[in-house]
Structures are given as C-alpha cells and as structure tokens.
Design a protein around this ligand. Structure first.
Ligand code: AP5
Ligand code: MG
Ligand code: ZN
Length: 214
C-alpha cells in the first residue's frame, strides 16, 4: 500500500503516518524528519536544508526529490510506504508519478488531513518533538509520560525551531501557495481521500482505517 499524507503544517500528518506505518507494517518516510536528522548529524544536506526550514520556506526540489526516490527504491519499501511531507510542490508530485510509472507502479491513496488555519497555531505552540527518533507529542493533547523526555527513545523533547508563531504563519502561507494545489492534482488521479483532522487523534485514525481497510 502506497500512501501520501497531505495537509497543512501541524494538521497531524506525522501523528497519523506513524500509526499507519505500525498498523500496515510499512515504512514511514518523513522528509522533514530526514532533514532534521541530517541537521542533527551535521551533514551538508542538513546545513543546506536548515537555511530554508528556519524561515518556513520549502527546501529546493532538487535537494528533496532524489532523496525520496532513493529511499522508496530501498528493499523495505517493496510492500509499500507512507510519505509524510512529500510531495509538497507540483514538481515533486510529477517527479514521484514519473518515477513510479517507470517501474509500472502508482500511488494508491493521497489522504488529506483537513484542519483550518485557526486551529494550527495553537497546535504548533504545544507541540514537542523528539529530534532523535521523530516522535511528536503535544503538551495537552498527547503529553509524554515524563515531561521533556521522549517515551520511545528517552531523548529530550524540544519545541521545534520552526514552530514559533511567526514562522508558522509563513509555513501556512507557503502551504496554501505551493502545496494545496496537490489536492486537485490527486483528485484528478482519483486517489484523493479527505479526513476531518479537527477530530481527536484516535477518531482521525479510525477514519483513515475505514478508508484503507482493516
Ligand atoms: P515537516 O516536518 O514536514 O513539517 P510540516 O509539514 O510543516 O508539518 P509538521 O510536521 O509541522 O506537522 P504534521 O502535520 O506532521 O503534524 P503533527 O502530527 O506533528 O517539514 C518541515 C520543513 O522541512 C518544511 O517547512 C520545509 O522547509 C522542509 N521540507 C520538508 N519536506 C519538504 C519537501 N517535500 N519539500 C521541500 N521542503 C520540505 O501534529 C502537530 C501537533 O498537533 C502535535 O503536537 C500533535 O501531537 C498535535 N496533534 C496531531 N493531531 C491532533 C489531533 N487530532 N488533535 C489534537 N492535536 C493533534
Ligand atoms: Mg510532521
Ligand atoms: Zn525519541
């Protein structure tokens, strides 16, 4: 099963993608997590990506596309994968369609987690992220068992650099301009499904399972 998670920053793509990956036993591929891991490890890619991420801008397509194409060509993706944060531009979507076409494949679902802008800023300011394993928490809606410590790996959880309200506004504007057009793109490919992302995390996940099947 090959799934794309669409949605504004903070809509819950990562939260849902992690659960999808666990239930359907497919890898969770988050470009944001990959960039943050590179940044943490001090790689060239990480340094380049940081300049854009800190401003709430998209990392250029040429730094992003090859990375994802290499990842989905790996052995563990043979049974499918869930993409979180990619594609984010029409150019990225076209590159993905083409790469899969070349091997006689196509994406199965694009799930749009729909959350209005008003709800987003509040979610982001309460988010805490583990930069080691990519787990995401919320101080109110999904707290860690011990404050500031990741439940999964024991590392420290932090407020992401790009979760400051000004940067969140910029990311939302970039989303509407560059990523929202993908909703139409996948509607035309007949694989678009929309879920109401304002419901609780468990309800959103049930709605997704109803689409993907038990
Ligand atoms: P990325 O890391 O992908 O950030 P994003 O798309 O802005 O999305 P987020 O991770 O912020 O939100 P999410 O939808 O995953 O929400 P989450 O589940 O955490 O990208 C970061 C940057 O990297 C980009 O700005 C760009 O610079 C670069 N980048 C990445 N991919 C790129 C690409 N393809 N091309 C170019 N550049 C790229 O949930 C948010 C919070 O809400 C959490 O605290 C969570 O606990 C809580 N929450 C979730 N669901 C619910 C719910 N139902 N009810 C209540 N709270 C909830
Ligand atoms: Mg995320
Ligand atoms: Zn962790």
């Amino acid at each position: 099963m090959k799934i794309i998670m669409l949605g504004a920053p903070g809509a819950g793509k990562g939260t849902q993608a992690k659960q999808i990956a666990a239930k359907y036993e497919i890898p969770h591929i988050s470009t944001g997590d990959i960039f943050r891991a590179n940044l943490k490890n001090g790689t060239e890619l990480g340094k380049k990506a940081k300049v854009y991420m800190d401003q709430g801008l998209l990392v250029p397509d040429e730094l992003t596309c090859d990375l994802v194409m290499d990842r989905i060509a790996q052995e563990d993706c043979a049974r499918g994968f869930v993409l979180d944060g990619f594609p984010r531009t029409i150019l990225q979507a076209e590159a993905l369609t083409k790469a899969l076409n070349n091997i006689g494949q196509a994406m199965d679902y694009a799930i749009d987690v729909d959350v209005p802008d008003e709800n987003i800023v509040n979610r982001m300011s309460g988010r805490r992220a583990c930069l080691n394993c990519g787990s995401t928490y919320h101080i109110v809606y999904n707290p860690t068992k011990t404050e500031g410590v990741c439940d999964v790996c024991g590392s420290q959880t932090v407020l992401r650099e790009d979760d400051k309200p000004e940067t969140v506004q910029k990311r939302l504007a970039v989303y509407h301009e560059q990523t929202q057009p993908l909703i139409d793109y996948y509607k035309k490919q007949n694989i678009l499904k929309t879920v109401d992302g304002t419901k609780s995390m468990d309800e959103v996940f049930s709605d997704i399972v109803a689409i993907l099947g038990e």
